[in-house]
Design a protein. Structure first.
Length: 115
């Protein structure tokens, strides 16, 4: 799946759900300078994994969508809503994908103000 070319991809649909929170929580001023981003994606598991996930709480997800496709969509969303001036400011990205009983998206920023 190449997210940039597919209007109705699963990631794009998922981001439409996430976008109202991003828009509502946006900062008054965009961050300037280097930004670190940590993203954790928690997906609803298929039925055959439910028993294992109830025991472990989370399980690494190694199926599509690819991490690089998810990152691009997420960074574009935060850029559009003015969290930073440009996503080129992001110098470090960590992304994790898990199956989880409670699906969610967690995005953490660490902004280093330039002197």
């Amino acid at each position: 799946m190449f997210v940039g070319k597919m209007k109705n991809s699963k990631i794009k649909g998922w981001m439409r759900t996430f976008e109202p929170w991003v828009a509502e929580s946006k900062p008054q001023h965009p961050m300037e300078g280097p930004v670190e981003v940590h993203i954790k994606l928690l997906y609803s598991p298929p039925k055959y994994l439910l028993k294992k996930i109830h025991r472990l709480k989370t399980l690494p997800k190694t199926t599509k969508p690819d991490c690089d496709n998810a990152v691009k969509v997420i960074l574009d969303l935060f850029t559009t809503h003015g969290y930073w001036l440009d996503d080129s400011q992001v110098w470090s990205i960590t992304i994790e994908k898990y199956w989880s009983i409670e699906p969610s998206v967690q995005v953490l920023f660490k902004h280093t103000k330039q002197q």
